[in-house]
Design a protein around this ligand. Structure first.
Ligand SMILES: Nc1nc(=O)c2c([nH]1)NC[C@@H]1CN(c3ccc(C(=O)N[C@@H](CCC(=O)O)C(=O)O)cc3)C=[N+]21
Length: 287
């Protein structure tokens, strides 16, 4: 066993996916005389959201997908936001709709996500799309969990029969990732841990594949990892020291066989999978 993990290059794998997608986008445009289009809705002026939305627009450009940015002020009312979503649902030029989260306090995100047409819901946050995923008949795969599965697949890591431990139970990452890992075809055995789990290190040390999606900077340390495990860090924490993950990279990379860095790991994959979903939405809507 080596004492330095192989670093999984999410940036490179995301580029590979975007390059493949660009070819499919050209073919789609030729066949349909329509350019796939993603509409992003940004309410307020959260600086982190500004960065993500800018990255998403640039990524769209790179693969030949049109993007629209709809900016609304922080004091936008629920009805104003619902009106915009209704307009985008009806707009035949728009194939994908993304309402950037978190929304400013006072807005009811659940009601907004419910209003997005499931056929245009490229985040796969609508309850219909969540239900379809759980039933094994997904229309869109949620971007971050799908990005994690692609990282594993394209690094040659077979999940079948492996013990995957997911730390974190969010609607956006932990819950759907547990579904994807245990689905037929992926065939992992999944344990979901959270803030109330007893003896968390005792469980994380049983993981062949450890997914950190807790939202606490550098929470997972090397002593919580089984030697040779694959470690996927979904954390995005802005600290005084810069952007850090949920894994303490230095100690973890001495124990793991493979590890994703932050930045340059899961983040770029999330955006690549959003583009994949936008083409998929366009294909389904234009057929
Ligand atoms: N409706 C909605 N859908 C989302 O998918 C969504 C969202 N709201 N709200 C916020 C989270 C977070 N998220 C990230 C996307 C890209 C990077 C990313 O590209 N990260 C770069 C670094 C970027 C930087 O330097 O800040 C990296 O890890 O290398 C990170 C985080 C999408 N989210």
């Amino acid at each position: 066993m080596s004492d330095t993990a192989q670093i999984i290059d999410g940036k490179a794998i995301a580029k590979q996916i975007r390059d493949e997608l660009a070819v499919d986008v050209v073919e789609f445009i030729q066949n349909n005389s329509v350019v796939p289009c993603l509409a992003a809705v940004l309410v307020g002026d959260d600086p982190a959201s500004e960065v993500y939305v800018r990255n998403k627009r640039r990524a769209c450009e790179h693969v030949g997908i049109d993007s629209q940015l709809h900016r609304l002020p922080a004091d936008t009312t629920q009805d104003e936001l619902l009106d915009l979503v209704a307009k985008l649902n009806k707009d035949n030029e728009v194939h994908g709709i993304l309402v950037q989260l978190p929304l400013p306090a006072g807005l009811d995100a659940d009601q907004i996500l419910l209003a997005v047409s499931p056929a245009k819901d490229v985040d796969a946050f609508h309850p219909t799309n969540v239900g379809r995923l759980v039933q094994g008949k997904p229309r869109f795969l949620p971007c971050t969990p799908h990005g994690v599965m692609q990282l594993l697949k394209r690094t040659g890591i077979d999940t079948a029969g492996q013990h995957a431990v997911v730390v974190g139970r969010s609607d956006i990452v932990g819950k759907p990732l547990a579904q994807l890992l245990s689905a037929r075809g992926a065939d992992a055995t999944v344990t979901v841990c959270h803030s109330r789990t007893n003896d968390l290190p005792g469980i994380t040390r049983q993981a062949d594949i450890l997914i950190a999606a807790i939202g606490k900077p550098e929470f997972i340390t090397g002593d919580m990892i089984k030697p040779g495990a694959v470690v996927i860090d979904v954390g995005v924490n802005r600290t005084d020291a810069g952007l850090v993950g949920d894994v303490e990279f230095e100690s973890a990379s001495k124990v793991a066989s493979h590890i994703t860095p932050v930045p340059g790991g899961v983040g770029p994959m999330t955006i690549a999978m959003l583009l994949v979903n936008t083409l998929r939405a366009a294909q389904a809507l234009e057929q």
